[in-house]
Design a protein around this ligand. Sequence first.
Ligand code: NAD
Length: 456
Amino acid sequence: MSEYAALLNQQKKTYLSGVTKPIEFRKEQLKKLKLLLKENEEVLTDAVHMDFKKPAFETFGTEIGLIIGEINYALKNLDDWVAPEKVPTSLVNFPSENYILKEPYGSVLIIAPWNYPVQLCLLPLVGALAAGNTAIIKPSELTPHTSSALSDLVALYFPSDIVAVCEGGLETSSALLELDFDYIFFTGSTRVGKIIMQSAATRLIPVTLELGGKTPCIVDETANLEISAKRIAWGKFVNAGQTCVAPDYLLVHPTIKEEFLNELKSAITSLYGDDPEQSEDYPRIINENHFNRLSSFLEDGEVVFGGQTNAEANYISPTILDEVIWDDSIMQDEVFGPILPVLTYSDLKDAVTQIRKAPRPLALYIFTSDEDTEKHFLENVSFGGGAINDTIAQLGNHHLSFGGVGASGFGSYHGKASFDSFSHQKSIMKKNFLVDIPIRYAPYDGKMKWLKTIFR
Ligand code: NAD
């Protein structure tokens, strides 16, 4: 038996013993996770910085702080979430009691990408633990410092039959996918998402797929251009554009394009100064492969801002690429880096037609003061979730579930949705022995009219 199979067996045994189910036990695990984050904020921040020079402010705001906020929210609401949900009965089943039990799946696998290397391992874990599961986490091999720190810390704070980290790349992932998990929560690319789903299908393991896509960002002629530029520059260049819900490309109304691009240039300069390579607040591209992939996009359109690179440091400056067309290579797949292609649209119908050239995106952003325009995009474009007059900020609200649709994935999490994702809804009807209405039993002769009356 492989090392991973033995680990899963141990977790399954623990799960089946029932120890993970009591609410108090779940709360203890969540508190332990919070303690891990609080006591090791510096260790984790340093590890992420070593991996791609991410500033401490961003690591706290978009990773550690976000997870602590989710833990607090789960701790506050767990009693309500776990309580059986009473539902009404139906006429044909009168009298009966009906309720839905929230049952943990059992032993779950969490596979994470590199771009928010702490958040995307531990935020799903909050849901898994709140719902009473055990979990094995497979972090990304592209952030070795963070993965190793997570592995050490999880081993220090949790017994391995409750939570364990398995480090490694494709080999580790493939070996884990051979095993009989009760649920798989995958965050990563659409390409690998298909591999995960195929593998899970052989054992009918339910999956959540949190994938990527080309997130459109529309700016119309009624938007406040100065504020829009600041919010777009922030959402695009935080984490050096390596964010699944970053604006992937701009669709700008031609009448305000020039003015808007000027605002955008000022906004970027005020974020990172005249030479962003010297800014402590601007991260690096994760590795040479991604650096080369992104650098090749600089051949497309016309660089109207930025465009500086430093291969030795995997540095690409915040870049605006104007005059881009859909046939350009940058428009064929998710950009996932600090290069912002700019396209224009003639009218709303044209904008929707252009957005539909790419598979259904994870997010969409509309900058407008016109409610009809807002409504037009919300009603005519399918996307995971989004924001009006802001970018990425929607992820900071526990009350909004987060997930994709179509090629950007399915299933959702954050807040209560995390608990729901990791829980099976077990529907129960309870009857008593006092009443037993005979209409359902054969012989049926003469009963059809009663049956029809009930259903009609
Ligand atoms: P990736 O799909 O290459 O890797 C994700 C994980 O899968 C890693 O742990 C990796 O080791 C593993 N993996 C890679 N190839 C595998 C294979 N053949 N079989 C099994 N496992 C395999 O993604 P990435 O490059 O780490 O991350 C970037 C992608 O993730 C982008 O597409 C981005 O949009 C997406 N993403 C989505 C979200 C979201 O919440 N929807 C969040 C962050 C990133």
